[in-house]
Design a protein around this ligand. Structure first.
Ligand code: SDX
Length: 425
């Protein structure tokens, strides 16, 4: 229990309202406002700028100091020393795996990579130029239709197998979106390959020609998945928690996360960054776009810049920029014109008073798109890849909530509509 208290005095109230204050292991204290309803008040926080929606042990972000910890481990160290599946184990279980635990986890995931053959017919129902995120929203929600034997969310084994199935099948479904768009045959996963290598094999291999995956590109892809794995209570993770709080099955909850991620203010930003760089077209047009981003009358924003929490650099963007340089040099694309525009845009923005004053720095989405484009991934697939990496974070938060006491999420409102009035006549 806490001995810290907060007090709210309201004009017209004789007594101050006392509220408990809780401290976490690190980060800001929270004021427990749940007692306010009994006093006839709601808190008001559109966009949840100052609201802690839950208690969690999974990820910690210090936005002022550019710190991102997964179960206490800094993202820079995980990006350098770990890999995506090991980080998945860490996010799900709270500790890094022993070598035996890691091998067992990799084997489990590897043996869940195939999807039911009926999913092929599901994809063929989409128009060939359907946006891949539209296909993913449908396909992931539809996965529940194959697993009626293991959807009891109160059963820890059902929760575990659903987590494994989702982490394992996301790359397979993502590649099926791309293949359907191309009109090429779907590629089956190859259980002899690593997670990211298998994804690139399913994306770019064909039954007629299945070249070896470039290990530098596979490593970059694995790092992109890792850097997107989790990020505290962002919009899509909060959506997954809210959907899960009604008792919905994990496939439906992850599908809800995919829909929330799609927006250009969130996971859709990587696609929007590439479109923006291509629209800018050359370094000598950057000033025009920076001016537009600062113009309040212009809805244009510099995509890939700014963040609700990071008011300093996004530690993921730094790692992503290093990976970008590695991939482009491996592919002999150091002079990629989009990279030149991106680097010049970053320099100009970071020196501009507006961006300095508003603390707008490149975020995770600013360089990821350039890497994915260099690998050969089409722009409209970028957010699908973000969703693939983030699935473990969504599932970890869903499981953390469902495995303990929780209530259905049901916010209230400030009502400014008509008071009660009678129907005329
Ligand atoms: C992700 O939450 C997460 O953790 C998300 C994420 C994750 O891993 O899950 O990190 C992934 O979503 C990264 C963000 C990707 N989005 C973009 O790159 C889109 C461009 N950025 C923005 O639209 C914006 O910065 C947000 C949405 C990211 C953050 O918006 P906030 O916190 O609501 O901030 P705001 O819109 O109130 O902006 C504060 C000020 C405003 O100016 P004023 O009204 O105070 O005068 O900064 C301005 C904004 O106009 N501003 C920008 C800007 N971002 C904010 N101005 C120009 N260009 C921008 N990119």
């Amino acid at each position: 229990m806490t001995d810290k208290k907060a007090y709210l005095s309201v004009d017209g109230l004789d007594e101050k309202i006392e509220m408990p204050v809780y401290s976490g292991s690190t980060g800001p204290d929270v004021v427990d406002v749940r007692g306010l309803t009994a006093q006839g008040y709601f808190t008001y926080d559109p966009g949840f700028v100052s609201t802690a929606s839950c208690e969690s042990k999974i990820t910690y972000i210090d936005g002022d100091n550019g710190i991102l910890l997964h179960r206490g481990y800094p993202i820079e160290q995980l990006a350098e020393k770990s890999d995506y599946l090991e980080s998945c184990y860490l996010l799900l279980n709270g500790e890094l795996p022993t070598p035996e635990q890691k091998q067992e986890f990799v084997d489990i995931i590897t043996n869940h990579t195939m999807v039911h053959e009926s999913m092929a017919r599901f994809f063929r129902g989409f128009h060939h130029n359907a946006h891949p995120m539209a296909m993913m929203c449908g396909a992931v929600g539809a996965l529940a239709s194959f697993y009626h034997d293991s959807l009891d969310i109160t059963n820890p084994e059902h929760r575990a197998v659903s987590a494994h199935r989702l982490i394992a099948k996301m790359p397979t479904l993502a590649a099926m979106c791309y293949k359907h768009h191309l009109g090429q045959p779907f590629m089956y996963p190859n259980n002899k390959m690593g997670y990211a290598e298998n994804f690139l094999h399913m994306m770019f291999g064909t039954p007629c020609d299945d070249p070896e995956v470039n290990p530098v590109l596979a490593k970059a892809m694995d790092k992109i998945f890792l850097l997107h794995a989790d990020h505290e209570q962002n919009a899509s993770t909060s959506t997954v928690r809210l959907a899960g709080s009604s008792g919905a099955n994990p496939f439906a909850c992850i599908a809800s996360g995919i829909t929330a991620l799609w927006g250009p203010a969130h996971g859709g930003a990587n696609e929007a960054v590439l479109n923006m760089l291509e629209e800018i077209g050359s370094v000598d047009r950057i000033d025009e776009y920076v001016a537009r981003a600062k113009d309040k009358s212009d809805p244009f924003r510099l995509m890939g810049f700014g963040h609700r929490v990071y008011k300093n650099f996004d530690p993921r963007a730094k790692v992503m920029k290093e990976t970008c340089d590695e991939v482009l040099s491996e592919l002999g694309l150091e002079n990629d014109p989009l990279l030149a525009i991106a680097k010049r845009l970053e320099t100009i923005a970071l020196e501009d008073e507006y961006f300095i004053e508003k603390k707008l720095y490149p975020n995770v989405d600013f360089y990821s798109g350039i890497i994915m484009k260099a690998i050969g991934i089409p722009t409209e697939m970028f957010t699908v890849i973000f969703a693939t990496g983030r699935t473990v974070g969504w599932i970890a938060h869903w499981a953390e909530m469902i495995s303990g006491p929780y209530k259905i999420g049901r916010p209230r409102q400030l009502y400014t509509g008509y008071p009660k009035r009678d129907y005329p006549g």
